[in-house]
Design a protein around this ligand. Sequence first.
Ligand code: UT7
Length: 332
Amino acid sequence: MTKLKAAITGVGGYVPDYVLTNDELATMVDTNDEWITTRTGIKERRILKGENAGVSVMGIQAVKNMLAKTKTDPKEIDALIFATVTPDMTFPATANLVATEVGATNAFSYDVSAACSGFLFALNAGANHIESGRYKKVIVVGGDKMSAIVDYTDRTTCIIFGDGAGCVMLEPTHEEVGIIDTILRSDGSGVNYLHMKAGGSKIPASHDSVDKRQHFVYQEGSAVFKFAVTNMADVSAQIMEKNNLSSEDVAFLLPHQANKRIIDATASRMGLSDDKVLMNIERYGNTTAGTIPLLLWDFEKKFKKGDNLIFAAFGGGFTWGAVYVKWAYNAS
Ligand code: UT7
């Protein structure tokens, strides 16, 4: 019998109905479908419409989808962790709102803020709860309503982001499956290149902060691009090396969906052929903490028990990391 590990035993997801195409964006800012497609790989993204509809709306739908698929009684859930940079409110945690709404009344819940790497950071926390032996069912959600903080007059930034949420269930196992290894990194000096200036305790919301458009994502795209290419590729190669995995051993790479050119560079560094690199960036764009669980949701049927999957991400903070997962089930 091997040591207790956390296995992913179910996935769920939700994307809103409204499709914002490149052509519609071209009516809002000076851009065009050809530029966006060749520079990013994105064709369209989903937008959550509706008054007072926060990211919890998508998290609740994703979790309900997973609870129904896995036939799980929400009262059995021990913990729910929500990775997001667009919480419904600064406090309380969006995780609390989701847990209560789905009926997970016995769970403790909290948010994790690690931007585009948020799902990997939350997954690591969830896996640690399971590996401690104290908890039997932990839900990890990743999702963002980026349309709430994107400046639709800034053409270099608004074209990449979209809205969506996905989630996984973690349960204990003694089998040779589950979350095998994790490498997580952060570097606060990245704040200069990717941040939201106002709305926190440093610059609280004011007339002035609104006038200066400080409640939107500020991104120096090409600088972030360079850090992302290097760090996401490095950490992915590192986790393969650490676990003696060759490119043949890896069944699929599930990379954060920020820009197809960053994904291609990571895959090439890992020596992976295109068929092993999962992408839905063309349909959803960059949903920040939502990208990796939405890949799991979209491609669940491709995975077989025992498959070696690598999750990799890079984002604001800076934060980055890679997770090596041995898939635990065959989806029916
Ligand atoms: O999610 C985690 C963190 N974020 C990322 O990983 C994002 C990383 N960065 C990127 O993906 C890319 O930097 C962007 C997609 C954001 C921008 O692409 P880029 O190739 O780095 O463009 P750029 O900012 O270097 O701009 C190149 C040119 C400029 O024109 P000039 O100065 O060369 O004449 C821009 O003005 O492209 C122009 N441009 C555009 N043209 C048409 C910038 N945005 C657009 C646009 N449409 N939307």
